[in-house]
Design a protein around this ligand. Sequence first.
Ligand SMILES: [Zn+2]
Ligand SMILES: [Zn+2]
Length: 424
Amino acid sequence: MKAFLDHVGIAISDLEAALTFYREALGLEIEVSEEVASQRVRAHFLEAGAAKLELLESTASDSAIARYIAKRGPGLHHIALRVDDIDAALQHLAARGVKLVDERPRPGAEGALVAFIHPSSAHGVLVELKQPAPWRAQLAVTRHALGDFELIALNDGVFRLDGGAMFGVVPKVLWEKKTPADDRNRIQLAMRPLVIRGNRTMIVDAGVGDKEAVRGDAKFLEQFAIDRTWNLDRALAAAGLTVEDIDIVLATHLHFDHAGGFTERDPSGRVRPRFPRAQYVVRRGEWDDATHPTERNRASYFADNYVPLADAGVLQLVDDDQTIMPGVTVRRTGGHTMHHQLVWIESGGKSAAFVADLIPTVAHLALPWIMGYDLYPLETLSAKKRLLPEVVERRTLVFFEHDPVVTAGYIVEQGGRLRVEPAL
Ligand SMILES: [Zn+2]
Ligand SMILES: [Zn+2]
């Protein structure tokens, strides 16, 4: 096991005073501040050479940091060691009789996975193990305020699809400048469901889920290079949510990278709805196509992802463009599938759009950059032509479900060309 010093955690009771010392007097730069909902703490990282200092400010009177300060006063709290594989590290330590506070990793700051070793095993020091997020940290969970809504982009991990199929008629010499391919010609893609929190809580799409992993379908996982180190359960926890909090699940369409997480296997192996309290809203045309696949689209539709919803009586089919909850409407785009839809969100004079596979990544912004997977590419083209002027004009926050780097941004026009101003 290899471990590197990542940071030293310091419990503070007065942020202003602490900053006066660490920032003003010592001259250290604050690199990032982040609320870690699962630990009810706000973490302020200061750059200090190869390692960092983490100032820990409690956000609730009964948090671990608040209790620590009540007992011992502010001061040194823990040291954190960075490891490549936190699951392997925990197994290694447990096998040697080391006492662990966390037997399994949990979400920490900066999208990392963390676990603590008990001080009794570490000679009086609380030791944190940390596995950094595999891609830009803030992509694990990002939050945006929009009028009365909070929009939370979650993450169900990353996967890979053939670059040629992702860019249709665009030659590789052009697309590989934007998105490098691996040795099997595949490009990296994210799966980012969106939570919309208002009076009710909705999730749009739910990633690929883990039924194939549970079943041990190594071929499927390998073919698409699915890496769910960061997955929807961890992302929900990092956002302070559980599957129980979701009232409505809305599908843009039923392809496996969007609907796989709608269902899960129970301990007996039976497939059941993943969100126990939710109604699932699906467009009727998409439902009909997904339940009657053809030779052309069969590889994307797995009945296990959605048929159990009908069996459980939690399926609600909608026929046309309409409001799903106040401020949230669906619009058919067609193109990718005949009944593919985007989600339009409006509140307090502001708007946001979750465009799913209409513009899956920032690289798909230019009009002819259309996926080869699309069943009706000319319809995709018209839908992009309708949408883009509107989102530019209204300064709509656009979410890119599959972009591995840019979660969301504003599309701006400059010299007749469109580009994205990332929102984070
Ligand atoms: Zn799709
Ligand atoms: Zn997709």
